[in-house]
Design a protein around this ligand. Structure first.
Ligand code: PMP
Length: 405
């Protein structure tokens, strides 16, 4: 069954958040320092608030040392920082059983997904098992699972890879089709929380309903952590993998949260290396900042900005919006668009459109966005939003796009 891609509620701009947003925006030095520019590429990496920059500076000037080794005060403080940040990640994700879960720091989502594949999935799968791979999602959430299949095949363990079914038109998963071949040994599902091209929340709770209580679900949360409340209690997934740099922390930071209740415990290798302690300091500060700002408010704000953009674009014939053309309202039983809108001009290539937009000060992403092989075959322009963006920026962008139409 395909559900209609229609808006089920009117979208009203959250004017009650305007003062809150003004205060937040003022905390991003790179944004306030460049009033002539408009940053619309937060899905690639997000800008950093002063509190994160300060936390890194404080750490590097008061306690910089290696973690888990020395016994002098700086080393102890660094070890303590790493352990406290593990707990902070659990708390941020609403972990209901933090004594059982594991948190492993990575350099980002790509590294995190690879670590789950290499250090956990290879020992979990047996001959004849099936894994589900979302081949129209980000390539970082495809390649590691296919590598696992190849690696196990060399050891004589045959793993069947099933492609995740998608609903045509919306980019959402086809959760009903996913449940169809009941009885198959679906042991593992790789999924994405918010699609990095189509911008939709992928309704992950319906994956659990489709595959039953025993399959392990690994969630690529690169586009959700830091943008909306992410609760592992509600999602009922086994791994949550995210990038610190998309959640306002430094590049080269990220984490894997592992529930540790289905299958063997996740015990990543590579602990002998030095962790990215400054990145971990930045992550702790970013999570504090996000909680204080309120991820539910960040979500309301960015969803409303995205709706403003899709509403405007739909009146311009020259543009096609990828995925569901509408921004579905909060509480939609179908699919909710988050703060990502990707589109094409019917006559101007995405590369040219990116250059033209930058000549007006807009920084957007324009290519194929590292989408997997089952995704779009031609490039597009992606606008991705965060708390620092404003409705005035969207209106200025729409005015330029209207001129080009
Ligand atoms: N998954 C998704 C959905 C993404 O959007 C991205 C980044 N664009 C990644 C994975 C990879 O993240 P990173 O570059 O931080 O490893």
């Amino acid at each position: 069954m395909t559900v209609a891609c229609t808006r089920d509620n009117g979208m009203v701009f959250p004017d009650d958040l305007r003062d809150w947003q003004r205060e937040l925006r003022a905390q991003f030095p790179i944004i306030t320092g460049h009033p002539e520019l408009t940053y619309l590429d937060s899905a690639a990496t997000a800008q950093k608030p002063q509190a994160v920059l300060d936390a890194v500076h404080t750490y590097l000037t008061t306690a910089n040392a290696n973690a888990g080794r020395g016994t002098y005060p700086w080393a102890n403080r660094t070890t303590d920082l790493v352990e406290r940040t593990r707990d902070r990640v659990r708390e941020f994700l609403g972990d209901p059983a933090p004594e059982r879960s594991g948190v492993h720091f990575t350099s980002g989502t790509t590294d995190g997904l690879r670590t789950v594949a290499r250090d956990w999935l290879t020992s979990y799968l047996a001959d004849g098992d099936e894994i589900v791979v979302p081949d129209a999602d980000h390539r970082a959430n495809i390649e590691p699972w296919l590598e696992t299949q190849r690696l196990l095949a060399r050891q004589g363990v045959r793993v069947h890879v099933r492609r995740m079914p998608y609903q045509p038109g919306s980019g959402d998963y086809d959760h009903l089709a996913l449940s169809e071949p009941a009885g198959r040994r679906t042991r593992f599902v790789a999924a994405t929380h918010v699609h990095h091209v189509y911008g939709g929340n992928m309704n992950v709770h319906r994956i659990r309903q489709a595959v039953g209580p025993d399959a392990v679900i690994c969630l690529d949360a690169a586009q959700s952590v830091g943008h909306l409340p992410v609760s592992v209690a509600d999602l009922d997934v086994d791994f949550v993998v995210f990038s610190g740099h998309k959640a306002l922390a430094l590049s080269g930071s990220g984490a894997v949260w592992a529930r540790q209740t289905r299958g063997p415990a996740f015990a990543p290798g590579g602990w002998s290396g030095t962790p990215n302690t400054a990145g971990i300091a930045s992550l702790a500060a970013a999570l504090d900042w996000l909680d204080a700002a309120g991820t539910h408010r960040i979500e309301r704000w960015t969803v409303a900005l995205a709706a403003r953009l899709t509403d405007g674009l739909r009146h311009l014939d020259a543009y096609d919006i990828l995925g569901c053309p509408l921004s579905l309202a909060a509480g939609s039983p179908v699919q909710q668009r988050q703060g990502i809108v990707t589109f094409r001009h019917r006559d101007i290539t995405s590369g040219d459109l990116g250059f033209i937009l930058f000549s007006h000060g807009f920084m957007v992403r324009s290519d194929n966005h590292c989408q997997g092989s089952a995704g779009e075959t031609t490039g597009s322009v992606r606008v991705s939003l965060h708390a620092y963006n404003t409705p005035e920026e969207i209106d200025r962008l729409l005015a330029v796009l209207a001129d080009l139409a």
